[in-house]
Design a binder for this molecule. Sequence first.
Ligand code: ZN
Length: 307
Amino acid sequence: MQSSQCFEHFCSLYNSEEKCIAAFFDARWPTGFCCPHCSHRQFYLIRTRKLPLYECRDCHIQTSLTAGTILEGSRTPLKLWFQALYLHSLPTGISATKLTSIIGTTYKTAWLICHKIRHAMSSAESRELLSGVVRVNWGVYGHPYNPTIFRHPQEQPLLAGGTIDSNDQIIHLKIKQISDNHLIHDRITRLGSLAFTSQYVDPAVTDLTVVTQKFSRNRSNALISLCNRASNWMNLVFNGIGPKHLQSYLDQFCFSFNRVQSGENIFNNLLQYSASTSTLKYPELVSRANHSKLHKRNYFHLLREAC
Ligand SMILES: [Zn+2]
């Protein structure tokens, strides 16, 4: 089936708020309602608002369907959220501009929805470590013309880590942006690679190779090629990504890649994480650290000094 036909089919399955409410309830409480305050399992249903409230029969505290999820506080109909989730579960993903034209919200609302969905994906990715046989390799996002030894402001050094199977295929992937304090120009420091392995690799792993140099003969071509694939995807679908939000797009790429590898239903999985991840608020999103201006200043300062 063409993806547009699949999307039409999806929309016909979730064509009312009622159907979406039922599906979101199941994703949030897969084994039935559980009061977030006292874990009691029974509730009174209150239907005076757009979205139902569940009043615990024991402690009488009311819980809304979306409280504590990425949908909390959103006024966008569930039906449109479901469409956005479906479009994000496709391998190509979707840009906020395109989503705006499909679900008919303002650009700002669509942009925020996209970031909240990526936040659920990042949270899903943070719950699993790389295990088994693990390879970690240097990578980069952005290849501007740069004849110097200094890192260009548009160059984002990365570390990609993968669990490999007995056929040397990558079955679980993580790609992480390297923070400025773990870089000397474009070189990843030892502390930088230690920070990656301690945060993302299972401490029980005994077969681990880390390559932080560009031209090492031990480099993993498979990981380099996945970094290139992620870069091409970000350039093609989103017209390129700045350093401030780069990590969340890398997490989206890995989220999709890992679910394709494990054969999971990406939409169902994404819906479950959306229903079990707390929301990301707008001020939090716009205040994400962005060192690019400082780095740009330093780069041109170094260039002037070198000339
Ligand atoms: Zn309760």
